[in-house]
Design a protein around this ligand. Structure first.
Ligand SMILES: Nc1ncnc2c1ncn2[C@@H]1O[C@H](COP(=O)(O)OP(=O)(O)OP(=O)(O)O)[C@@H](O)[C@H]1O
Ligand SMILES: [Mg+2]
Ligand SMILES: [Zn+2]
Length: 262
């Protein structure tokens, strides 16, 4: 018989018949108990299918840490559980709002709306954005491909790709990867404009990428230090219009929270 791995196993016909397939069962010196070759093949294929399913779930869930661009890997640990907030405070309001939005992305994987978290530094925007992503990544069944992209890290990686052929973050790769995620965080939008020689100019490629991504991707959580009107001044209005599309119920204003970095 031709085994699944292509190894020929010499078998002899027994006089027992498989009750399922009605064919003669076989045996060999190594496997003296008669067995059905068809049943055996079906069992092997079933095991392979299960193995592939488990593997593809693992691959989808590991997307977050494998592909994301973070400022600092410690940020992967941000969760709702380690976000401190006393009831009634602004932190508490933001946490509850973020939790509700995460619930919407989690429950309905076809829900198309962007969320925006804006305010001054150290207020917990990145923490809560990662907490939302971690929750969806951990609990979605089947998994949702989650991706966290810090805009400055993206800017630096793509600039590197211009003269480093080993850098995987080319413009094309970025558009494809950000567009294909099931849930995307764009962290610290606006921070890349400070990296440009002439303000706003060298970050043109980031705008170009984000414009293409917002045309295809409608499940984006943005964090930024810019106000909504500053966003409109900094970026192409078409980009901002797409970014804010359907976000009327999902704009979180963090202002008033004190800087947790001090
Ligand atoms: N309520 C909180 N409970 C526990 N840790 C917090 C809380 N708020 C902020 N932090 C921590 O403080 C640090 C700064 O928070 P975070 O990075 O989320 O701020 P941010 O609003 O994104 O700031 P920036 O605008 O500068 O990016 C992080 O280490 C974060 O985990
Ligand atoms: Mg931040
Ligand atoms: Zn059989």
């Amino acid at each position: 018989m031709q085994g699944l791995e292509g190894i020929k196993v010499p078998v002899r016909q027994s006089n027992q018949v498989c009750p399922i397939h009605g064919t003669r069962m076989v045996y060999s010196d190594r496997f003296p108990t008669p067995f059905c070759e068809k049943c055996q093949l079906e069992k092997t294929l079933e095991e392979k299918k299960k193995f592939d399913q488990v593997n593809s779930i693992k691959i989808a869930r590991s997307n977050l840490k494998r592909v994301s661009l973070v400022d600092n890997p410690d940020e992967y640990n941000h969760a709702f559980d380690n976000f401190e907030a006393n009831e009634g405070t602004k932190e508490w309001q933001m946490k509850e709002a973020a939790r509700k939005l995460a619930g919407k992305y989690f429950k309905d994987r076809t829900a198309q709306f962007n969320s925006i978290m804006y305010g001054t530094p150290g207020e917990g925007k990145t923490h809560l954005a990662m907490a939302m992503l971690n929750a969806v990544n951990q609990f979605s069944e089947p998994p949702q491909k989650c991706l966290f992209i810090n805009v400055t890290s993206l800017f630096l990686a793509i600039r590197d790709s211009f003269d480093n052929p080993l850098e995987r973050w080319t413009e094309k790769y970025a558009v494809k990867t950000l567009s294909n995620a099931d849930l995307l965080v764009i962290d610290d939008l606006g921070s890349e404009s400070a990296m440009s020689a002439k303000k706003g100019e060298a970050s043109q490629f980031v705008q170009r990428i984000l414009y293409q991504v917002t045309n295809r991707q409608h499940r984006i959580i943005v964090t930024t230090n810019l106000t909504l009107s500053e966003l409109r001044q900094t970026y192409n209005p078409k980009l901002i219009s797409r970014l804010l599309a359907g976000s009327s119920g999902s704009q979180l204003d963090f202002s008033g929270i004190e800087d947790k970095r001090y």
